[in-house]
Design a protein around this ligand. Structure first.
Ligand code: C5P
Length: 325
């Protein structure tokens, strides 16, 4: 058993970013129920902060979540199923730490929005507790623990722009010389990820194997143009290559999202640029290379009463922002 490592009064806050998928290629369902992915992740400037505080010896784990005014917490559990809490317990078990901690989660990332907010909380909790308890967990171990918690959690540690394979948990940074501004449009009603994957399975069964999602190698090839464009700093080619295989099933489940996409393209004054769905949705995204143009669209959305955020990408992964000793 490890000694109690948190000194009373210590407190560590870690910030983790929302993720979007610039490319999301999905293959046929694996026997374990997950889908093989080839994805290009990007971390964008919407953040959750997790503050870890020590508790008295013998006290249990606890978590409290608060949010920005426009983030709906109704579907989020403050119990053992909270991903930040699961992350804390997993890190403690990994190191044989017997102490528990209290976690304060301040959410800016939409809940059930397809932006991996829960994964960001888990990644932030891992880093915060690693620092609070001075565990110095290796990067490889942190990534492995993150992968146990969820497919998107390793990327939340990494941030930036990265290629994701496996079920999304195998991440490798890629060169990205394109700076983008994302107009992020959350939706009041969330969309559970498993339901979107089930809809994907139904569409795939009806259509037969799609050449673009049939094999991992074909998928890697389909992301190659985007990866090249990012490395070359070619913004126009990057925007032309944005792609999400979960858009069709998400829109099949939620026809209102297709209507919203048309409305957004109209507000943006460019019907030629398709609106990108964020992960499994329902959050929708409009990319801009020019911040002034993005701000004009922000004004148009404000006039139409459509809630939105403006966020730059790429940004850093989970990192310590405050440490009180
Ligand atoms: O890994 P994570 O817990 O985030 O996944 C949530 C759900 O999303 C899974 O239970 C599964 O239904 C679906 N999923 C999938 N294939 C992936 C990732 C997630 O089918 N690659």
């Amino acid at each position: 058993m490890r000694a109690e490592t948190g000194r009373a009064g210590d407190r560590v806050t870690v910030r983790a970013a929302a993720k979007i998928n610039l490319h999301l290629g999905v293959g046929a369902r694996r026997p374990d129920g997950f889908h093989p992915l080839v994805t290009v992740y990007q971390a964008i400037g919407l953040y959750d902060d997790v503050t870890a505080t020590p508790v008295a010896p013998g006290a249990g784990w606890s978590v409290r979540t608060t949010a920005e005014a426009d983030v709906d917490l109704d579907t989020l559990a403050d119990d053992d199923s909270h991903l930040a809490l699961r992350a804390g317990r997993l890190l403690a078990a990994h190191h044989g730490v017997e102490a528990a901690a209290h976690l304060e989660v301040r959410k800016e990332i939409p809940v059930a929005g397809g932006m991996a907010g829960g994964s960001a909380d888990a990644a932030a909790a891992l880093v915060a507790l690693d620092r609070l308890w001075e565990l110095e967990t290796s990067d490889d171990d942190l990534l492995a623990l993150a992968a146990e918690l969820g497919s998107d959690v390793p990327f939340a540690l990494l941030g930036g722009t990265a290629l994701g394979t496996g079920r999304g948990e195998l991440v490798a940074p890629i060169e990205d010389r394109v700076d983008l501004w994302w107009v992020v449009v959350p939706h009041e009603i969330g969309l559970p990820t498993p339901a979107v994957y089930r809809a994907f399975d139904r569409l795939a069964a009806r259509a037969g194997p799609s050449p673009s999602v049939d094999t991992a190698s074909a998928e890697t090839a389909s992301a190659a143009g985007l990866v090249d464009a990012l490395a070359a700093g070619d913004a126009a080619r990057t925007l032309a290559r944005l792609h999400n295989d979960l858009a069709a099933p998400a829109y099949a489940l939620r026809p209102d999202l297709a209507e919203r996409a048309a409305l957004l393209a109209d507000a943006a004054g460019r019907p030629e640029q398709p609106v990108l769905l964020s992960g499994s949705g329902p959050t929708q995204l409009l990319p801009f290379t020019d911040v002034e143009r993005a701000r004009a669209v922000v004004r148009a959305l404000t006039e139409r009463g459509i809630a939105h955020r403006l966020a730059p990408g790429p940004v850093a992964g989970a990192h310590v922002v405050v440490e009180h000793g």
